[in-house]
Design a protein. Structure first.
Length: 112
């Protein structure tokens, strides 16, 4: 899937291929997805799923995760979240992480 990045966060459900940026899809129910293939990711969980970290072969990386369901949350631990608590997110939220070689750090969030 590919999209143009725009500043209209009104809905992710209508995203279609545009040929500009590749967006990876996290496998349904994957709590530790691999993020090597892209910088941009989208969730598609059909049941409650806690993401506790990301698999990555790079020493440093930034990713943007677009939430496309109401079943995803992120656990504090290997992912260092603001406030040190598990974060529940909702459809159309966007969250950004940076990998420092040891931990993933939340560096931004847009919650609608």
């Amino acid at each position: 899937m590919s999209i143009y990045l725009i500043n209209d966060y009104t809905s992710l459900s209508g995203i279609q291929d545009s040929g500009e940026f590749d967006i990876g899809l996290f496998p349904d129910g994957d709590g530790y997805p691999n993020v090597d293939a892209s910088k941009f990711w989208m969730t598609q969980n059909t049941a409650p799923t806690v993401i506790s970290g990301f698999s990555c072969s790079a020493s440093y990386k930034m990713i943007i995760v677009m939430i496309n369901d109401n079943n995803t949350s992120f656990a504090h631990g290997n992912i260092l979240l603001e406030g040190g608590l598990t974060m529940a997110v909702q459809n159309d939220d966007t969250i950004q992480f940076a990998f420092d070689g040891t931990n993933w750090r939340q560096i931004g969030v847009a919650m609608l």
